[in-house]
Write a protein that binds this ligand. Sequence first.
Ligand SMILES: [Zn+2]
Length: 352
Amino acid sequence: MTLQNRQICNQCILPESFPGIKFNQEGICNYCYDYKNFEFGDEELFVQTLEKLKRRKKGPYDALVPLSGGKDSTYTLYLAINKYNLNVMTYTFDNGFLSESALKNIRTITDKTGVDYLFVKPGLNTLKRFFRAALLQAGELCSPCGLGIQSSCNKISRDMGIPMLLLGTSTLEKKCPPPEKMYDLQRFSAILFDAQIEDSNYWYDNPGLKIFTPLNYSRLKEDEIKALLEKEMGWQDWGKHSDCIAEPFSNYLREHRYGFSRRACFYSEMIRRGEMKRDEALEKLADENPAEEPKNLDEVLSRLGLTRDELKTIIKIPPFKYAKYCYQPPKWKKLTPRRILRYAKRKIVGSG
Ligand SMILES: [Zn+2]
């Protein structure tokens, strides 16, 4: 199988390299024939829960809403303020790769709403060490960022006595999880251990924090959301530009290491939902061509202090290298070698 001539589903565009995929005689994948319509949550119940939790706050804020400047987090912020009448603290985690367009949106949105806002920027040297460790040990760069966001959400909410976190995870994203458990703390801990990084302040815990995804209750279509945000939040659609300038790089790695990109997964889900035609998806994917070197590759490599030779090594790292270190509750005792326990006792790395 090469990237060019692999089999893809006749209904969506998932390739044979997608984890767990099977094709029937008509060449239709199991994700298509097992597909069930997305079920929206019970909004009334959700509102009741919000009201109950508000009473648990130990400061002025009802909820913390992370803001990346993208459509989904902006819409979540809109819902929190305007629909659920919450007193919100919002914040951005700067992973060192925030795009100019995302920053512009963030500035406009925070000005327009007047919401209280924090900008969390870990030291670039610290971030670089984590990114390099994730890349050189595990072949990906999403874990330091994803866990950094989680950790800072925990810290801010704990320090400010905020009882709930409202995440802007789109329903599309939920159906397209990363190929392996990239946001697993034990796994990341093992990566840092192998990279010989020993820091103790990376991870903050907040077990009492309740997490919700308001987008699960919204029935507006993509276009309606965009129009609403442009009008009410001053948000701008920058088209292809992502919030994160390292996303094409991350997609490129995923395409070469796992044989599929995030886009292929998103478009496939949109086809199943009837929001996109298969031809259109194929055309878009061919246009974006995640297998090809991203235009800003040199910029991203230089920020990470990586050489082209290192990149070649990274692409060859086998997927799921750290899968066995992930937290697996039901079989924990059976599957746990002594090494995992040793990792589990370690506190994870980092800045503050
Ligand atoms: Zn399919």
